[in-house]
Design a binder for this molecule. Structure first.
Ligand SMILES: *Cc1c(COP(=O)(O)O)cnc(C)c1O
Length: 461
């Protein structure tokens, strides 16, 4: 039996102490990035022939390096899509690492994959997809979207699609950048319906009608967004589903950010039609309170994905043998060796129950509505559009893009908040505006006021 030497014990205690402290504070210091050469100057060489020792390496991380990072779960971090992992999920992320479970095949990961699958049952139930629909956890929304797009393209090819050349996917300009990036990966063309607002079935139909006959032969899939990252807009999923069904197109819903809102009764109706999707992306590391990185891809017919993604190899055959019978996550997405990244979500769901998830998501939506009301109280501020899901777009009257940038930097440097500007194309053309995205249920109205108070006149210097 091997025992831990004293250095390892000390290092372990340091790590556990740090982790416990970190998940105990409500608002960790809002760190700020530094230049790489400055960090190098501060910490010196860390990877050396003899090593610097765990205690010293940990001290450098705790006292210097982590301060050059931004805690995404800070209650006044409202930029991008924030995160707010539960304590249960974070602690179980440590357990997931310590357990060293290989998550590709049932043969090695059965007990852990079993847990992931229970969390997946819940995700699938949120979508309302029919019996037989199922999915796997991925490294994030990008990998989930890619896994779905490859499946869609291969299904099209099986049907003889390739004789017409390179495939085409239709999405809207509100679709996430990863859709466009992954279209490049699979060498498909992408056509964007010209709206940042809700893409309707009619607009999609019109865009398809505008394609040439040759292009329509190449069209194999449509990506609708279930909560745009910029504004929280849910496309007309029912209308889009109808067009896809009529034209025999793959219907993918990218709900990486918005998927958590499927749990919220107050907005669930916006997602009607998602149950007809061929595939759905949901990122638990966004609005389902899971640590990075955890995405999910769900398929109406997982068998289609298995035919496409299952890898062959002489040393892999054993995993598919008798006795190893079970669900192999590697068969349904692009990755082979994988961490059991659904485990922290499972543990947290098992700990808290799904009702708590509902409440926590509703709180994000409530905060967005409340922020909209508060913005109305400030004469210099104005909503750009009504809050949608947990996103709020608003303008500071009289500010130009640089004013917004300077305000962002100022508030970040002062440790007040991280809120970043974005662009919105309204009737008056493209405009720089401010954006809140609420995820963290610990954010309060007071937090919102603290931020809005910094947008007054006196702040422009
Ligand atoms: C964040 C996001 C993605 C990308 O997900 P990652 O987890 O960052 O890879 C894709 N689509 C939408 C709608 C998103 O909000």
């Amino acid at each position: 039996m091997h025992t831990l030497d004293i250095d390892t014990v000390e290092m372990t205690l340091d790590v556990m102490k740090f982790a416990i402290n970190r998940i105990t504070v409500r608002d960790p210091e809002l760190g700020i990035p530094k230049k790489e050469e400055d960090l190098k100057q501060l910490v010196g060489e860390t990877v050396t022939a003899k090593g610097i020792g765990g205690e010293q390496a940990f001290r450098l991380f705790r006292d210097v390096l982590v301060k050059a990072t931004v805690p995404i779960d800070h209650p006044r971090h409202l930029a991008f899509v924030p995160a707010a992992p539960t304590r249960a999920a974070i602690m179980f992320d440590l357990v997931t690492s310590a357990s060293s479970i290989h998550g590709a095949y049932w043969m090695e990961g059965a007990g852990g994959i079993f847990c992931e699958n229970r969390a997946m049952d819940w995700l699938v139930s949120l979508t309302g997809m029919p019996e037989g629909a199922f999915g796997v956890f991925t490294s994030g929304g990008t990998a989930a979207n890619l896994s779905a797009m490859v499946t869609a393209r291969e299904v099209w090819r099986e049907g003889g699609g390739t004789q017409h050349g390179k495939g085409i996917i239709v999405a809207s300009i509100g679709a996430h950048s990863s859709i466009k990036a992954m279209a490049k990966v699979i060498d498909a063309d992408i056509r964007l319906v010209d709206t940042e607002d809700r893409m309707s079935g009619e607009a999609l139909e019109k865009a398809i009608a505008a394609l040439s006959d040759a292009e329509r032969e190449r069209l194999f899939g449509v990506v609708a967004t279930g909560g745009t990252t910029n504004a929280g807009i849910v496309d007309d999923l029912q209308g889009i589903a109808r067009v896809c069904r009529d034209r025999g197109l793959w219907f993918h819903v990218d709900a990486a950010y918005g998927g958590g809102a499927l749990a919220a009764d107050s907005v669930r109706h916006l997602f009607r039609g998602i149950e007809q999707a061929d595939s759905v992306t949901i990122d638990p590391h966004k609005w389902l309170f899971t640590p990075y990185d955890c995405g999910a891809i769900i398929y109406r017919d997982p068998e289609q994905a298995r035919r496409v993604h299952s890898q062959e190899g002489s040393y892999l055959d054993i995993f598919k043998d008798e006795g190893a019978h079970g669900f192999n996550p590697a068969d349904y997405q692009i990755q082979l060796t994988r961490r059991l990244r659904g485990l922290p979500l499972w543990f947290s769901l098992a700990t808290h129950g799904t009702d708590r998830y509902k409440e926590a998501v509703e709180e994000g939506i409530r905060l967005a509505v409340r922020a909209g009301e508060l913005i109305g109280e400030y004469p210099d501020l104005e909503l750009v559009r009504a809050p949608s899901l947990s996103c709020v777009l608003f303008r500071r009257k009289g500010w130009n893009p640089d004013d917004y940038n300077q305000w962002t930097y100022r508030n970040h440097r002062a440790g007040i908040s991280l809120v970043t500007p974005t662009k919105w194309r309204g009737t008056g053309g493209m405009e720089t505006v401010l954006r809140f995205c609420f995820i963290n249920p610990d954010t309060t109205e007071e937090d919102i006021r603290i931020i809005l108070d910094t947008l007054g006149d006196q702040e422009i210097t």
